[in-house]
Ligand binder design. Structure first.
Ligand code: XMP
Length: 507
């Protein structure tokens, strides 16, 4: 049985990061909403309570019946999780005199405590809370402090129940990984047997069992997720998997040809469909970003559906959905910033059952699985690329000519990043075609042509991102090359906005 840690999500922005950290300890974990604890699951070995944007005394605060888990499994509460357990057991939690954000150092540590083994005095920890625990329940005791926060960590006497008011999961907490290791491995007793190889072995066996002799269709995008899902399914059912790769005409330069060659090299059974004419005609004159996305999403479904119907007796739709796409998120504000689900609605329309072999993996784990499956490195490390492609990087309406200009400029930028050894240092990069013309001079001629923006960001999950601090010499070279060789462009700018408040894509 695959043992697991359960992370109860109280809505913190760092909940996913806790999950990733536990997985880095080769331990399988699942993030579930705070009120969905799988009480009857025999494979659970420990429970972590996440942070939350609420205060424990807030009317809207998420609450659980702690008695249902207390004593059954070791528990670690992080931030709100720690405050909640202290509060419901008779401790006090109050607004901190000054909000406690950022770095702090541990000034007192009970080194004999199993949670604190190997953690050095003076270790930096990351605080982020507006409340603080001012007194503990009588049967709890303090095991670490900082200069500002007396009760930085505690344990309940004679019980496997701990709380920490800092965030061990964030990179700035130097001792964070050690603390999580102490909890997951020493206290919960994880066997640490979760790895890419073990995942492939169990998943291929499970897919064989689940799919039997059935046929599966899968939409490939050229990205790492759908590619790894395809290779995994191919391992399990061979030629009974048919992959469909739709060219909507807004891919990168030569990408369709290159990716098709890659897929064929991997032994996949791929149908490539050039549907660019259809997409260009449906998008003609459309300027609204969300409408562009909707048109492409629907067009994609139509083409895919038509192709899939050419294969007899298909029962399943394979998808490269990964864990961050599925975590049932506790949307506190409920706002959608952009609609990212390009193929939502496909399984219902086609009356197919869904098969999502990567739905439990984080992005870095998908890459590890791809490597273990022997896939080429350039496919695995490929930057994320939006489903609607260059359509959301051409501000305003779309024409084949604008796509040509953008493809050429983008190709110069991306090839340059590779040549300069910068490609793997950024999370993703691309060029945006602006709806702006400006005056320039070339030779003796006055020009009045388009401006493009280069965009390159660093990130770990696309939720937040910073603009990449690329060398000036590199930017100068790319700018010169674009202006000198891409007809129709006479000005290049570099986007220096972070996310938030900007987003990675411009539309
Ligand atoms: P934003 O622009 O929201 O992008 O900061 C975050 C990540 O999502 C990608 N993205 C999309 N991916 N369909 C997709 O499949 C879309 O409509 C879409 N919009 C943005 C973006 O490239 C970045 O990696």
């Amino acid at each position: 049985m695959q043992e697991k840690i359960i992370i109860l999500d109280f809505g913190s922005q760092t909940t996913q990061l806790i999950g990733r950290r536990v997985r880095e300890l080769n331990t399988y974990c699942e993030i579930v909403p705070y009120n969905k604890m799988p009480l009857d699951d025999p494979s659970v070995i420990g429970v972590i309570l996440s942070g939350s944007p609420f205060s424990v005394y807030d009317d809207k605060a998420f609450k659980i019946e702690l008695e249902k888990i207390r004593g059954r499994w070791p528990i670690l509460g992080i931030c709100y999780g720690a405050q909640f357990m202290a509060y419901v057991n008779g401790g006090s939690v109050e607004p901190a005199p000054s909000r406690e954000y950022g770095r702090a150092r541990l000034t007192v540590i009970n080194e004999a405590n199993p949670l604190m083994h190997g953690i050095a005095l003076g270790s930096q920890v990351w605080m982020s809370h507006g409340d603080t625990i001012t007194s503990l329940p009588s049967d709890f005791y303090t095991i670490a402090s900082t200069a500002e926060v007396a009760i930085a960590a505690y344990q309940a006497r004679e019980e496997k129940l701990w709380g920490v008011q800092f965030h061990p999961e964030v990179y700035h907490s130097e001792c964070g990984m050690q603390l999580l290791r102490n909890f997951v491995v020493d206290i919960c007793g994880s066997r640490q047997d979760w790895s890419a190889a073990s995942f492939i072995e169990t998943t291929v066996a499970a897919l064989k069992e689940q799919l039997g002799d059935d046929k599966v269709v899968l939409g490939l995008s050229g990205g790492v997720d759908s590619s790894v899902a395809a290779v995994l399914l191919n391992r399990a059912i061979g030629d009974r998997l048919t992959c469909i790769f739709v060219d909507h005409g807004m891919l990168r330069k030569d990408e369709f040809k290159r990716v098709m060659a890659d897929y064929e090299g991997l032994g996949l059974n791929v149908v490539g469909v050039d549907a660019s004419k259809k997409f260009f005609s449906e998008l003609a004159g459309v300027t609204d970003p969300e409408r562009k996305r909707k048109i492409i999403g629907k067009g994609f479904i139509d083409v895919f559906d038509e192709e899939a119907h050419k294969i007899a007796d298909v029962k399943w739709l394979g998808q490269g959905t990964i864990y961050p796409d599925c975590i049932e998120s506790l949307s506190i504000t409920g706002t959608t910033i952009k609609s990212h689900h390009n193929v939502g609605g496909l399984p219902e329309k086609m009356n197919l059952r869904l098969c999502e072999p990567l739905r439990l993996l984080f992005k870095d784990e998908v890459r590890a699985v791809g490597r273990e499956l022997g896939m080429p490195e350039h496919l695995i490390t490929r930057h994320p690329f939006p489903g609607p492609g260059l359509a959301v990087r051409i501000l305003g309406d779309i024409t084949p000519e604008k796509v040509r200009i953008l493809q050429d400029a983008d190709d110069i930028f991306i090839s340059g990043l590779r040549e300069w050894g910068l490609y793997d240092k950024v999370w993703q990069a691309g060029v945006i075609l602006l709806p702006v013309q400006s005056v320039g001079v070339m030779g003796d001629e006055r020009t009045y042509e388009r401006a493009v923006a280069l965009r390159a960001v660093t990130s770990t999950d696309a939720m937040t991102a910073d603009w990449a601090h690329l060398p000036y010499e590199f930017l100068a070279e790319v700018s010169n090359k674009i202006i000198n060789t891409v007809r129709g462009v006479n000005r290049v700018t570099y986007d220096i906005s972070s996310k938030p408040p900007a987003t990675i894509e411009w539309e």
